[in-house]
Design a protein around this ligand. Structure first.
Ligand SMILES: Cc1ncc(COP(=O)(O)O)c(C=O)c1O
Length: 374
């Protein structure tokens, strides 16, 4: 008998686990009088803002747009620099470029794979307008260090929370530290839609209002653009589904953490670097990323696992500053940690609907690889 395939994430399992509630929510949207913005989007904006502990939420079309519009809303654009990382989804950097600003890429901390505060400090210039911190894999960046770095400088701290719904730093949700934070609800995320969706959260009412204009042609009233804008409206079908899924998110994050603990217990003692939680941090385990000694070992392990129907992933194989579209296009600091990580990280399957036995199957494969490898 063939084993079922285990992928890094399984959005369909997320739907099937909540099928009755999600079907009901979709049906409510279908029976509503309008299919653009409206009460489903407004409700989810309020729920998500309350969950994170920010006063205002603006639903947009995806997490890349959320970064673009957050920066535009802050008035950041051509001639301005935004410090962020190269070890991230390319979307982080794309969002900065969409605003017309210059990304300045720095290295990550070797323990958490999030922005190195020291590297960010070294990259500051008079043109620096924001630090865009990515809470990669679900682990918070050093928000205390970043807040200190930005304090009194006029530099905005912006949080890219696409991978970190539900992570906390010093007991507070990530996404509530900067003046503005951005979320993606891409289907595989901790809180995932059934298509594209994103959100900007902010403490600043005027900024929220500006981003509301920017997401819909700059319309102050229908058919009249007060400022130049785009179309990045959140789809009410996605909002309705996300309202359902948000109710289950805290339990799902606990499940992710329990599965991560199970992995850690089973894999300790192998020549693997396992995920850790830095002090004051509560990891939301969007991804369970291990690290091995070298690229040959990583690729060999990935191939070996594939033989038992386990599809591990790589986040991320190509640092942004080395990708064809971006190489030589932007200032990038020393990247020793980023470049080493690209060749040695491996993401094992992790999603709340996995069983303990599924995790045990992945672990058996990893243990067997290290026992038998040449
Ligand atoms: C760190 C990070 N930032 C931004 C994004 C962009 O989100 P989206 O795919 O919704 O545009 C993603 C997800 O793909 C991400 O992982």
């Amino acid at each position: 008998m063939h084993e079922p395939i285990l992928n890094v994430a399984d959005p369909r399992a997320g739907y099937l686990a909540l099928k009755a509630e999600i079907d009901q929510a979709i049906s409510e949207v279908l029976r509503s009088p309008s299919y653009i913005l409206g009460p489903f989007v407004e409700r989810f904006e309020a729920e998500m803002a309350a969950y994170v502990g920010m006063p205002y939420g603006v639903g947009v079309n995806n997490g890349t747009d959320a970064i673009h519009l957050a920066l535009r809303g802050l008035g950041i654009g051509p001639g301005d620099e935004v410090i962020t990382v190269s070890h991230t989804a390319v979307a982080t950097v794309a969002g900065v470029r969409m605003a017309g600003a210059e990304p300045v890429l720095v290295d990550v901390d070797p323990g958490t794979y999030t922005i190195s505060v020291e590297a960010a400090r070294g990259a500051l210039t008079p043109r620096t307008k924001a630090i865009l911190a990515v809470h990669l894999y679900g682990h918070p960046a050093d928000l205390g260090g970043l807040q200190e770095l930005c304090a009194g400088t006029g530099i905005h701290l912006v949080e890219d929370c696409a991978q970190a719904h539900g992570a906390t730093f010093a007991g507070r949700m990530v996404g509530s530290f900067g003046v503005v934070s951005t979320f993606s609800f891409y289907p595989t995320k901790n809180l995932g839609a059934i298509g594209d969706a994103g959100m900007v959260l902010t403490k600043d009412e005027q900024l929220a209002q500006r981003i509301r204009l920017l997401r819909q042609y700059g319309w102050e009233t229908p058919q009249h653009s007060l400022i130049e804008g785009w179309n990045s409206r959140m789809d009410p079908l996605q909002a309705a589904v996300l309202s359902v899924k948000l109710r289950h998110l805290p339990a799902q994050i606990e499940r992710r953490r329990a599965l991560a603990a199970r992995y850690i217990a089973a894999l300790s003692g192998l020549p693997i670097e396992l995920p850790k939680e830095a002090p004051s941090c509560h990891h939301a385990y969007h991804l369970f990323v291990i690290r091995v000694s070298d690229e040959r070992t990583r690729d060999g392990l990935r191939e070996y696992l594939r033989g038992s129907a386990v599809n591990a992933g790589i986040h991320y194989p190509f640092p942004v500053h080395l990708q064809t579209a971006y190489a030589g296009q932007m200032r990038a600091g020393p990247m020793a940690v980023t470049e080493a990580a690209a060749g040695t990280v491996l993401s094992l399957p992790l999603y709340p609907e996995m069983s303990d036995a599924d995790v045990d199957r992945v672990c058996s494969g990893v243990v067997a690889y290290f026992a038998h490898r040449p």
